[in-house]
Design a protein around this ligand. Structure first.
Ligand code: BGC
Length: 709
């Protein structure tokens, strides 16, 4: 009886049955993931007929062809199709492009991010695919790093919470699986240089980098991706301690581990940690990788290793078991639920996207300039290199950049640059436009821009960065605004008009001048389809901004890292040639309302180890507009055996409060949340006092003291 074909049996039974029928070739085939665009045609066709475990970057009808061919193999094991749908199914032109992870993290809105994940899953599934290589759970602390845009910012707690939310969204309908990546400490690479070594210890891994992956695993995340690079000089691909012992055995991760792109080959070609691909394959599998992304030689090498008795077959079985379980979980053997293709870019998803874009915007400065009532102005000047550039606004990982860069594609879906958004919001006849300058290059049109600025009642200047400064291979040493952008802003400021700066950029840039001289500053990061419309609506007062920064802004590139939860030093941490502090801090962000915090209460002031308390605070909206506020709960461990930060976020809640109303916000705090990692690598709650701070940001908060017995 073919149990594996019968959906009345459990996933475990079906998996074991199928596994028992498989040849070694079939098993190793399941451990390989093939990309269509790096192989010659014949080789690629060959893999299609071999019964390969997974394909990546395949879209639409191509997937159907592969699926049909797999169905004709001996056991008919369906392939798993993976894609980088990291802010929407954006490699497909016409699908919904959401704000980047960095942008959406500024919304601090778990439920909206969950909805975004769910919408993305439906679009990916409608396109016939099963797996998104998202979320990125890396921590963005070195701002030179090119992939800051892909993260949920600089704080491990925020990353864990939003990572969990997006995974729940991706996986809730069981249409696709998520992939928590890049395991582990990838963003911490020395010098912010992508995929380099980083000097973190296991203690720090456990303290800072592991918790988001633990939350992902607890949320049932189907897969984890091994990072490029190395920690403490040991390549992650062969890091048995991190993968097999900590992720799988200790944390109990039940999904499968896929390497990143050619990690196994790179052990030979880049890291010189194996003499050939055969040795690299052996080390990688022993360390805990279950699937090899795009090192095709892996297949033959593994077969040889088995023939020569050089690899434990139990490790192969364990890997294949994990992969098959996911395939059963997704009902790939039973004819997965079909999703209507019309769902791709549908109005329901647009609505979620529009809302998320609004909540992702951060109003950083408002010198009584905003909002601008449409009726009160005759002309509005829209200026700047990013005012009408949808590629820059989308950021990385869309059809413009992947799988291969394309310059001249017309977006098929509805989208709004800031220029389009302002025209829509204020009326086309009121809008004057000039690019002012490019992001790079010697040319500029500043004089023309100044001319139109002088004719306008309001000046919006949209600056930032572009695709060439965003993503892998795109680390930056200099975080200043490139090209003539600052000159452009200066010239506009010199007209005497209050300039509203809108930033479209993949990471914090050095914007001291902008902060000091512009009348208003709005940070969008990469805002997706609706970023431009949301910015225009914010400017016009159509909604009340509520985003806060998930990442800090330095004064100078060399001031990085500048994250809020660093350990105290002795000498103030100030550079002699810079002023103290950041340009903007984690959690900064304004509203058109005013929120006042009062009445901070702990349900008890002393708690036994292992217990929990409730923390509550009243928040009053004393402004004239209804709005949402993000309340933050930080803790300080007053005395600890290892260094702990002055403030560490342990909770956040986003609440809607009508003007004139007060709401009580509560947080649950367990003593386990206060654990430190000791030098002998144990999670321990040390008894003593903890300051509990609740407020709007890292500078304005109320404090109470909690004693843990
Ligand atoms: C990236 C991954 C990505 C993979 C597949 C790699 O270069 O590091 O994040 O998922 O490519 O596209």
């Amino acid at each position: 009886m073919e149990i594996y074909k019968d959906k009345n049996f459990t996933i475990d039974d079906r998996t074991e049955d199928l596994l028992s029928r498989m040849t070694i070739e079939e098993k190793i085939g399941q451990m390989l993931q093939v990309s269509y665009n790096v192989l010659d045609k014949n080789e690629y066709e060959n893999y299609k007929n071999l019964g390969i475990g997974s394909f990546l970057h395949v879209l639409g009808s191509e997937a159907d062809d592969i699926r049909d061919k797999a169905a004709k193999t001996r056991l008919g094991i369906p392939p798993l199709f993976g894609i980088d749908a990291i802010h929407g199914h954006a490699l497909l032109n016409g699908a919904t492009v959401f704000p980047s992870q960095l942008a959406m993290s500024c919304s601090f809105n778990r439920s909206l991010i969950r909805e975004m994940g769910r919408a993305t899953a439906r679009e990916v599934a409608a396109d016939g695919l099963d797996w998104t290589f998202s979320p990125v759970l890396c921590i963005a602390r070195d701002l030179r790093w090119g992939r800051v845009d892909e993260t949920f910012g600089e704080d491990s707690y925020v990353i864990g919470e939003l990572g969990k939310a997006i995974i729940e969204g991706y996986e809730c309908d069981n249409l696709i699986i998520a992939c928590a990546k890049h395991y582990i400490a990838y963003g911490e690479a020395t010098g912010g240089r992508d995929a380099y070594d980083c000097s973190v210890t296991e203690r720090k891994v456990r303290d800072i980098f592991l918790p988001p992956f633990k939350k992902a695993s607890d949320a049932g995340c189907g897969s984890v991706m091994t990072a490029y690079g190395s920690i403490d000089t040991l390549p992650l691909t062969v890091n048995k301690r991190m993968m097999r012992e900590i992720l799988k055995d200790e944390i109990g991760f039940e999904g499968f581990v896929v390497t990143d792109w050619e990690n196994i080959k790179s052990l030979v070609t880049k890291q010189r940690a194996a003499k050939d691909i055969k040795e690299a394959s052996k080390k990688a599998v022993e360390a805990g990788n279950d699937m090899s992304m795009n090192t095709h030689e892996f297949y033959n090498c593994m077969l040889e290793l088995v023939k020569e008795n050089q690899i434990d077959i139990k490790l192969i079985d364990d890997a294949v078991r994990r992969i098959l379980k996911i395939k059963f979980r997704l009902k790939l053997f039973d004819g997965k639920d079909k999703i209507d293709k019309n769902i791709i870019g549908c109005s329901e998803h647009k609505k979620i996207n529009h809302e998320l874009s609004r909540e992702s915007l951060v109003l950083l400065k408002n010198d009584n300039v905003l909002p601008i009532e449409k009726e009160k102005i005759k002309k509005i000047a829209v200026i700047g290199p990013n005012a009408d550039d949808i590629r820059a606004q989308y950021g990385d990982w869309t059809y413009f950049s992947h799988p291969e860069p394309k310059k001249h594609v017309q977006p098929k879906g509805e989208y709004y640059t800031v220029l389009r958004g302002i025209k829509e919001t204020f009326g086309e006849d009121k809008v004057l436009y000039n690019k002012g300058c490019d992001i790079f290059g010697d040319e500029n049109y500043i004089k023309k821009a100044v001319k139109i600025a002088k004719k306008a009642d309001a000046v919006v200047c949209v600056i930032g960065d572009c695709l060439a400064q965003n993503g892998e291979y795109r680390d930056r040493a200099n975080l200043d605004l490139s090209g003539y952008q600052e000159e452009l802003v200066k010239a506009l400021v010199e007209t005497g008009k209050k300039v509203i700066a809108v930033l479209i950029n993949c990471k914090p840039l050095c914007i001291s001048y902008i902060k000091e001289h512009c009348g208003a500053v709005i940070e969008m990061f990469n805002g997706g389809d609706f970023g431009g419309l949301a910015a225009a609506e914010l400017i016009s007062g159509k909604f009340n901004p509520s985003g806060k920064l998930s990442v800090s802004f330095p004064q100078h590139g060399a001031q990085t890292p500048c994250y809020y939860n660093q350990y105290s030093g002795w000498h103030g941490g100030q550079y002699v040639d810079l002023q103290k502090g950041n340009v903007y801090d984690f959690a900064d962000g304004l509203s058109y309302s005013k929120f006042e915090y009062s009445n901070l209460k702990l349900s008890r002031h002393t708690v036994p180890n292992g217990g929990a308390i409730t923390v509550s605070v009243d928040i009053s909206n004393t402004g004239d507009m209804d709005g949402k506020e993000i309340a933050m709960l930080f803790v300080k461990d007053v005395v600890s055996s290892v260094l702990t930060p002055e403030k560490q976020l342990k909770g956040f809640e986003k609440v809607f409060i009508k003007k004139g109303e007060t709401k009580t916000v509560t947080f649950k705090l367990k003593t386990d949340d206060l654990a430190i990692v000791t030098t002998d690598l144990k999670y321990v709650v040390e008894s003593g006092d903890f300051e509990i701070m609740v407020g709007a940001n890292t500078k304005e908060y109320l404090t109470e003291t909690l004693t843990v017995l």
